[in-house]
Design a binder for this molecule. Structure first.
Ligand code: ATP
Ligand code: MG
Length: 284
């Protein structure tokens, strides 16, 4: 479903992505972890074809179709991108538009731009959008401006948009980074449902390792643009995490992270020095 071969992206003298090779099979839900600046967002942006890699720097295919090769984005990227859902940490929705309209925008790959610009989405799209909002539990917000939704509701609307898009692959970049534990669980539950029931292949970057181990069987970890771990999330031990996040993580990855409890260690398991903007972002 996602195939990345010897892929590199250099920013000046900085190696943002350094010879990455990853294969994700259909139906997988994979966590992407790593310290701030390790390359998670950069990788997801290149998979979706928003950014082009280094000249001669490997290739990326999604659903067997070339997204980019040797530093050039494929000519048919729009068609491929129509089937790739994207969810970001923030700014997923057009704030001044109604929630329902935002969700209907997921159909843009199929509905003509003219119809959508004039606000005339086909009835079937409207119904699909309402059904998707029902599935994510916010159908009662359909007529509200998107900017009036809470952070968690916005993420759920973004998931509804991916449902309307009928995305086969979903790339989610820290979708729960600024949410409280309850909202985070709801969003992750919905991603899990999308993966299990609808068979959507998901790659989700997370900075809370406990969510990775809880929701994703497989975790890929980046450090300085390189894949330093790719394997079962259950095999992520404190020693492995120390290798991923560096020596400063020694004190915070306690054994309790791996204990079988109903209430996981929700506290930020990644220390503040790695997430300088987190507190400010969470409060905003
Ligand atoms: N457009 C760009 N121009 C220059 N440098 C960039 C650009 N995009 C990313 N980088 C650099 O590449 C590295 C990886 O950044 P990236 O945003 O992918 O990290 P991240 O793992 O998503 O971090 P975070 O957890 O903070 O979101 C960083 O050093 C960043 O400064
Ligand atoms: Mg990022």
């Amino acid at each position: 479903m996602i195939n990345i071969r010897n892929f590199s992206r250099t920013f000046g003298s900085h190696k943002g992505l350094d010879n990455i090779s990853i294969t994700v099979r259909p139906g997988e839900m994979v966590a992407l972890i790593g310290a701030s600046g390790s390359g998670k967002s950069t990788l997801l942006r290149h998979i979706s074809g928003i950014m082009a890699g280094d000249k001669g720097g490997g290739d990326i295919r999604v659903m067997g179709r070339i997204v980019q090769e040797g530093g050039s984005i494929d000519r048919h990227i729009r068609k491929t991108r129509a089937e790739i859902g994207m969810i970001f940490q923030q700014f997923n929705l057009v704030g001044r538009l109604a929630v329902l309209t935002n969700v209907m925008l997921g159909s843009l790959g199929r509905v003509s731009i003219f119809k959508s610009l004039t606000g005339r989405f086909p009835r079937a799209v409207q119904e699909a959008a309402l059904e998707a909002l029902r599935r994510v539990g916010i159908a009662d917000k359909a007529g509200q401006r998107a900017s009036t939704l809470s952070g968690g509701q916005q993420q759920r609307a973004a998931i509804a948009r991916a449902m309307v898009q009928r995305a086969k692959v979903l790339l989610a970049d820290e979708p729960i980074a600024s949410l409280d534990p309850e909202s985070s669980r709801r969003v992750m539950d919905l991603l899990e449902e999308l993966n299990r029931q609808d068979g959507v292949t998901i790659m989700v970057s997370l900075h809370q390792v406990d969510y990775a181990t809880r929701y994703c069987q497989r975790t890929i970890a980046l450090r300085a643009g390189q894949v330093v771990y790719d394997g079962p999330s259950s095999a992520l031990t404190p020693a492995v995490l120390k290798d991923i996040y560096g020596a400063a993580s020694e004190d915070m990855f306690g054994e309790e992270l791996f204990a079988e409890t109903d209430e996981p260690a929700m506290a930020e398991v990644i220390p503040q020095p790695y997430r300088p903007g987190l507190c400010a972002g969470a409060a905003a």
